[in-house]
Design a protein around this ligand. Structure first.
Ligand code: PLP
Length: 400
């Protein structure tokens, strides 16, 4: 569609994927529930259909509801050729890795990767004969030393979804490209609106749509958006694995997508306010919020990102798992639960030490007793109320 890429992002989020032939007279594409697509006659059947979105063939290749979502995500990622949808974010990560790796290959995975991604190395890739090496995302020389003729892909995550490290994605991707390896990034935190991954050098951008895009805590889905070099291979592997998402869920994801830009902006502003407040609390040793001036990763975030979100962490000064639990249990507005990116605020404790092999936790230079993590997903509530809730938590922390 002409001129679409020139429009501002708020406009593109509203327009993306709304092809007239898919929406008809309605604003949104209808929910096309159909396994069977009918052909006009035997000659039509024999002619077949191109294996591309936009062509009715059979339900496993989708219908306009799924095509509209995939096309919208492609339009929002500058440099993208196409998007594949998966029934969860984890399925998207697995689909991307299986799409680019074969037996005998080596994968380099950032040490701050989402824990189920790490588990995939052991439980999915190793039995297939694919070796995974974990690397320190801040050590560029160490990263370069990991490449040999077998290294075919790199999996990045920036920021890490608990510990919020921002790495130099363009530099890491450039090195991977020089060594003939594909760069994949778990871009769930920023989405294409906050981090145009392909434009920064990645070959594919993976998202858990369960988080920000769904945005309402009622849907599981994942996506991989890729440039032309990888898209065909990823699509072939995804089809071989029989991956398909339901049209009902695709419609929910499209609904969430339309408000993504305003939700991210509101959550970012609230998160920043709350992070600033936390930085002034005596109970807090470190605030891990890339949007916060002075916080780790802020300079790279300013250089490479075009937005933030409501997900960040902090580390308690000393304390014990029991005192951290008192803090969390005293919160009334923050639900305790996995996931994030919904309209409602969430809290979860985290202890990354067990999920690291190339980098220490707590990081070098921190006091050893400052290691108990708390992750907040800031929703759409008024930030003043959320701050009052956190103050209630700190009061409980002090009461023994
Ligand atoms: C939640 C999450 C995933 C996995 O997504 P699901 O939809 O839950 O399978 C992947 N990466 C990150 C960073 C996540 O937070």
């Amino acid at each position: 569609m002409s001129g679409q890429a020139d429009r501002k992002r708020a406009t593109r989020v509203v327009e993306a994927g709304r092809r007239k032939e898919w929406t008809g007279a309605a604003v949104n594409p209808p929910v096309w529930r159909g396994s069977t697509h009918l052909y006009a006659d035997s000659a039509d059947l024999a002619r077949g259909r191109p294996n591309e979105d936009g062509h009715f063939y059979y339900g496993r290749r989708g219908a306009p509801t799924q095509w509209a979502l995939a096309e919208a995500l492609t339009e929002l990622e500058p440099g993208a050729h196409g998007t594949l949808l998966y029934p969860s974010g984890v399925a998207a990560i697995a689909g991307a890795l299986l799409g680019v790796l074969e037996s005998g290959d080596v994968l380099l995975m950032t040490d701050n990767a989402y824990e189920p991604s790490r588990a995939m190395a052991k439980n999915l890739l190793a039995p297939l004969g694919i070796e995974t090496r974990f690397f320190d995302p801040f050590d560029l020389a160490g990263f370069a030393a990991h490449f040999d003729g077998r290294t075919k892909a790199v999996l990045l995550e920036s920021p890490g979804s608990q510990t919020m490290e921002i790495c130099d994605v363009p530099a890491l991707c450039a090195m991977a490209r020089d060594h003939g390896a594909a760069s994949l990034i778990d871009n769930t935190w920023a989405s294409a609106l906050g981090f145009p991954a392909l434009a920064r050098g990645c070959d594919a951008s993976i998202m858990s749509l369960t988080k920000h895009v769904g945005g309402h805590s009622d849907l599981m889905m994942g996506s991989v958006t890729a440039g032309e070099a990888l898209y065909g291979r990823l699509r072939a592997k995804s089809q071989a694995l029989g991956q398909v998402v339901s049209p009902d869920d695709a419609a929910l994801a499209l609904r969430g997508l339309r408000t993504l830009d305003v939700r991210l902006q509101r959550e970012t502003a609230s998160a920043l306010k709350i992070a600033e407040w936390l930085a002034g609390r005596p109970e807090v040793a470190h605030v891990l919020c890339p949007m916060l001036p002075g916080a780790p990763g802020h300079a790279l975030w300013k250089r490479d990102f075009t937005g933030g979100c409501g997900l960040f962490s902090f580390v308690l000064k000393g304390g014990s798992p029991a005192s951290r639990a008192r803090f969390i249990d005293a919160l009334e507005l923050f639900g305790i639960g996995y996931s994030w990116g919904g309209f409602e605020s969430l809290v979860i404790p985290f202890d990354p030490a067990r999920a690291r092999s190339a980098t220490p936790w707590p990081p070098a230079g921190w006091a050893g007793e400052d290691k108990l993590g708390v992750r907040l997903s800031i929703g759409l509530e008024d930030p003043e109320d959320l701050i009052a809730d956190l103050a209630r938590g700190f009061a409980a922390l002090a009461n023994r």
